[in-house]
Design a protein around this ligand. Structure first.
Ligand code: ADP
Ligand code: MG
Length: 582
């Protein structure tokens, strides 16, 4: 009988170990680009085919490897970057575990070519599934080029776990961009299926790189900041309250220039922005935390995506403090009035969930709590006009805080959220017009130019038709530039770009979730949201009248398309109770 416990053959243990480092094409891109940066290069070209599943090629002009270094670099725990365990606590390079190249080699077909400056020829090694097939002398430029084909060709289970080309590309691009932000002095290029998606020139200052990667529009809302607390240094760019995003994807975090995820730092960021941007939304930020190497352990995660701070609380305070002082001029107002104070003075622009209801200030909450089971009643439908009746049943009393409308109805007092109400009306209208192919549009004499990120441009190009049927006529005019020639007439011109962006973001999200069926609906919602009157807009009496009359024409559901309530009724009976008349 064979022994029950056996040592795994090398090729099996290698594949197991590789699993920790190589999860998908994006991990390969990350490891290879980090190696290039460690090699002191001034330029990196990343080329992918089929989302990186077909092939990934990374070429740099760094220091290269000598012929005897090449086979070593493919051995596990072979690294030029540390010598002693102690060195782990004074790391200045990205790599140090000596795992990336052997891991990548063991799950792909890899070819590496490299040459050092002092030598007239280079070395080429071909590896299949971790096995070196050949090593030969070759002519090649100074630097290193690694080509990785057919990732996971020998680990079918892993290959099955790969997502669509688009999704793999998205992740690879994401990792790539994160690295480029931390190294403005290196030039980068990213090519996919022959198309250059990003070309980033060597930049003297981080500003240029941040603008190139995040796009001018976001860049315009960013503020540079630096903050020091003893040996902790926090610096970077963070967005002003004038923009916010639906996801945390616009937050780029670096610890000692290393791309990391850190829940605690994210928490410090969201805390600093609390009450400054609407709940559930995120700022854009490129945030660098710099601490002495001994104050952070970078060897806690196989791909080094997480770190462990020696004194996390101090880092939290520093990040929070840095952002808080940046945002301070904006946050002097008390919680209940903060929004009103913001909007006019800071050009506060809410893009997807406008209006105070999404932002529940403490006062709002306690108000509702205090009257729990009490008099604020959400009803099923807005009081409709009586059959054949001419007049609306609502007698308008006025508007408060530029946001809510008050009216008297037979049952008592009605409070209406003007944005939510209008949003519902516009939504119903768009739906009808869309179905009848008659969405009213404006044609622009001078097209509005949209400068999109590579990813946005990818989505846009596959949804041009849908957008067209909604009234957006868009042509591609540059690599990532688009000309918007017409748009639904209800959207204010200044909101156009933001609206398109919002739509693309939603489409990407729904696609990722496999909810394509909801895309149309979601576009309609975005359109309505941007076309509807905002909170904090003083309405004339005629406008209020029109809004309420339109509302009472239909038997609407009681919520806006986002699902927030449109109105509440404070019943006469409850009023009486409140004043102890009953
Ligand atoms: P690590 O980066 O942790 O040292 P890797 O497996 O990524 O481990 O790389 C092993 C070694 O191969 C590196 O330490 C480095 O000496 C060499 N190497 C890898 N990529 C390059 C490159 N692009 N240019 C020069 N040397 C490289
Ligand atoms: Mg490495």
């Amino acid at each position: 009988m064979p022994a029950k416990i056996q040592i795994l053959p090398d090729h099996v243990s290698q594949v197991i170990a590789a699993g920790e480092v190589v999860e998908r094409p994006a991990s390969v891109v990350k490891e290879l680009v980090e190696n290039s940066i460690d090699a002191g290069c001034s330029q990196v070209i990343v080329e992918l085919a089929g989302g990186g599943i077909q092939f990934i090629r990374v070429r740099d002009d760094g220091e290269g490897m000598t012929p005897d270094e090449v086979p070593l670099s493919l051995r596990r725990y072979a690294t030029s970057k540390i010598r002693e365990a102690e060195d782990l606590f004074a790391i200045h390079t990205f790599g140090f575990r000596g795992e990336a190249l052997p891991s990548i080699a063991s799950v792909s077909k890899m070819t590496l070519q490299t040459r050092v400056r002092q030598s007239i020829s280079g070395t080429k090694v071909v590896c299949v599934g971790g096995e070196i097939k050949s090593i030969s002398e070759t002519g090649c430029p100074v630097g290193t080029e690694v080509e990785v084909r057919d990732i996971f060709f020998n680990v079918p289970v892993k290959r099955k776990f790969l997502k669509s080309i688009r999704s793999e590309l998205h992740q690879a691009l994401n990792h790539f961009l994160k690295l480029t932000l931390a190294h403005p002095s290196v030039a980068f290029k990213f090519i996919h299926d022959g198309r250059t998606l990003h070309e980033l020139v060597k930049a003297e200052s981080p500003h240029v790189r941040v603008e190139a990667v995040l796009g001018k529009e976001i860049y315009d809302h960013l503020q540079l900041f630096t903050f020091e607390d003893g040996e902790i240094r926090i610096s970077g760019f963070a967005s002003l309250p004038s923009i916010s995003r639906k996801s945390a994807e616009g937050i780029y975090l670096y610890v000692n220039q290393r791309v990391v995820r850190d829940r605690m730092v994210y928490k410090a960021i969201t805390e600093a922005y609390r009450h400054v941007i609407p709940a559930g939304r995120f700022p854009a930020a490129v945030l660098h935390v710099v601490v002495p190497p001994y104050a952070v352990d970078v060897n806690v995660h196989p791909t080094k995506a997480e770190v462990k701070f020696r004194d996390p609380e101090r880092v939290f305070q520093a990040v929070y403090g840095a952002l808080h002082s940046l945002l301070e001029p904006a946050s002097f107002v008390g919680p209940s009035t903060r929004e009103e104070a913001f909007i006019p003075s800071m050009g506060f622009k809410e893009s997807s969930a406008p209006g105070p209801p999404s932002y529940r200030s403490p006062t709002q909450l306690s108000f509702q709590k205090g009257y729990e089971g009490g008099f604020l009643v959400a009803r099923d439908a807005f009081p409709v006009r009586e059959e054949g009746g001419e007049k609306s049943r609502v007698r308008i009393l006025g508007q408060i805080h530029g946001t809510y409308l008050l009216g008297e109805i037979e049952e008592g007092l009605i409070l209406i959220d003007q944005h939510a109400a209008h949003e519902r009306i516009v939504f119903e209208r768009y739906k009808r017009e869309y179905e009848a192919h008659s969405v009213p549009v404006v044609q622009f004499l001078i097209p509005v130019v949209l400068e999109l990120t590579a990813e946005e441009s990818l989505i846009l190009s596959s949804y041009l038709e849908e957008l067209h049927s909604m009234g957006f006529e868009i042509d591609q005019v540059g690599e990532r530039d688009y000309a918007l020639r017409s748009a639904p007439s209800l959207i204010p011109e200044k909101d156009l770009t933001e609206t398109v962006r919002e739509i693309l973001k939603d489409v990407a999200f729904l696609k990722k979730e496999g909810r394509e069926g909801e895309i149309l609906h979601s576009i309609l919602i975005s359109l309505s949201c941007h076309s509807a009157i905002r909170a904090n807009a003083i309405l004339r009496r005629e406008e209020i009248e029109e809004l309420i009359t339109t509302l009472s024409t239909y038997s609407f559901s009681a919520t806006c398309p986002h699902g927030r309530p449109i109105f509440f009724v404070l019943s006469t009976e409850d009023l009486a109770k409140q004043f102890k008349r009953k």
